[in-house]
Design a binder for this molecule. Structure first.
Ligand code: UTP
Length: 294
C-alpha cells in the first residue's frame, strides 16, 4: 500500500438483537447492559473503540434499548449525590467514562433483519468514510485492545479487515469463515468468505469474530437487502462481494475473547475479568478453591 489509508474515526455498534439466549434476563434489560464484574458489556466495547482512536460512536438500537442511551449520558441527580457525599473517585470514574458531547448517535433498526441490515442502518452517520463495526457481545480483553491492534494493520494495508479466531471445525456453522491466502505475522490475506458453512464445506477454521473495519462501498451492496443464511441480511455476504475489489485481511489479535452473548461465555468473562482485578481476585480465588471439584 503506497498511500496512507483514510483515518478511522467512526464506529457502528449494532445492538438491536433480541438476546433470546439470555431470556428472561433480557426481557426488559438489553443484553449489552449485562455487567461483567461492574461494567456493562457495551462500555467495554466503547472504551476499546475510544482507545483505537474512534471519535464518533453510532449505536443501532431497537425497542427497549433506551437505557443504553441513558448509560452514555449524565445522571445529574446521582452525580450531585456522589459529590455531596464525598465519593469523588466514583464520581470521577462516571465522568471519565462519558463520551464527549455530540459524539454519540442513535438510530433504530426497527426490525432485526440481520447484522448486515443493522450496519446498513448506520449509513447516514458514516457517509463515505471507512468505519469500524464493533459487536459488544464479543468482549475482547487485551493490551492494546483488539480494535487498536486492527487499526495498526489497517494503517499498513488499508481496505477491509475482520478479526478472526481459530475455532474447532465443528463450530463453523456458527461463524463467518474465511478462505485464507498468504499469512504474514498476525495478518492473513482473504480470498473468500462464507457465512455459517457446514464443517465439511468450510474453507478453513479461521472464524470471524465481532470486529470489522469496512469501506463505505459496503453500503451499496447492503442497499440490495439480499437475504442469506437464516433468511437474514448477512454482513458476511456483503463482504464476500468486495473480495478482489479492495484489499481484504484477517487479523488474529492477541486478545482473549469471551462470547458474552452466550451464558457460559458470559460467566467465563466475569471470572476472567474478576481474576484480573487486584481488588477482587483474592476473594474470587478463595471462592473458586472452595468449590466442589466436580
Ligand atoms: P446475535 O446473533 O447474537 O443475535 O447478534 P441476538 O438477537 O443479539 O441474540 P440471540 O441469538 O437472540 O441471543 C450478533 C450481534 O448483532 C446484533 C446484535 O445486537 C449483536 O450485537 N444484531 C443482530 C443487530 O443489531 N440486528 C440484527 O438484526 C441482528
Amino acid at each position: 500500500m503506497t498511500s496512507t489509508p483514510r483515518p478511522l474515526r467512526k464506529a457502528v455498534f449494532p445492538v438491536a438483537g433480541l438476546g433470546t439466549r439470555f431470556l428472561p434476563a433480557t426481557k426488559a434489560v438489553p443484553k449489552e447492559m449485562l455487567t461483567v464484574v461492574d461494567k456493562p458489556v457495551i462500555q467495554y466495547a466503547v472504551e476499546e473503540a475510544r482507545e483505537a482512536g474512534i471519535e464518533q460512536f453510532i449505536f443501532v438500537t431497537g425497542r427497549g434499548k433506551h437505557v443504553i442511551a441513558d448509560h452514555f449520558d449524565h445522571a445529574y441527580e446521582l452525580e450531585s449525590q456522589l459529590k455531596g457525599s464525598g465519593k469523588i473517585s466514583e464520581l470521577n470514574s462516571l465522568l471519565e467514562s462519558l463520551p464527549s458531547t455530540g459524539s454519540v448517535s442513535f438510530t433504530r433498526q426497527q426490525a432485526p433483519l440481520g447484522l448486515g441490515h443493522a450496519v446498513w442502518c448506520g449509513r447516514h452517520f458514516i457517509g463515505d468514510e471507512p468505519f469500524a463495526v464493533v459487536l459488544p457481545d464479543d468482549l475482547m480483553i487485551g493490551k492494546p485492545g483488539a480494535l487498536k491492534q486492527m487499526v495498526e494493520v489497517y494503517n499498513e494495508t488499508g481496505g477491509m479487515l475482520v478479526a478472526v479466531e481459530e475455532r474447532p471445525r465443528a463450530e463453523t456453522k456458527r461463524y463467518g469463515v474465511v478462505d485464507p491466502g498468504v499469512t504474514r505475522g498476525n495478518t492473513t490475506e482473504i480470498k473468500g468468505i462464507v457465512e455459517k458453512p457446514d464443517p465439511e464445506k468450510a474453507p478453513s477454521t479461521l472464524c470471524v469474530i465481532g470486529r470489522y473495519i469496512l469501506p463505505a462501498e459496503i453500503f451499496a451492496i447492503l442497499d440490495k437487502k439480499e437475504r442469506g443464511a437464516g433468511g437474514e441480511i448477512q454482513l458476511t455476504d456483503a463482504l464476500a462481494k468486495l473480495v478482489g475489489k479492495v484489499p481484504f485481511h484477517a487479523v488474529k489479535t492477541e486478545c482473549r475473547r469471551f462470547d458474552c452473548g452466550d451464558k457460559v461465555g458470559f460467566l467465563h468473562a466475569n471470572l476472567a475479568v474478576g481474576l484480573d482485578r487486584p481488588d477482587i481476585a483474592p476473594h474470587l480465588k478463595k471462592i473458586l478453591a472452595a468449590l466442589p471439584k466436580d
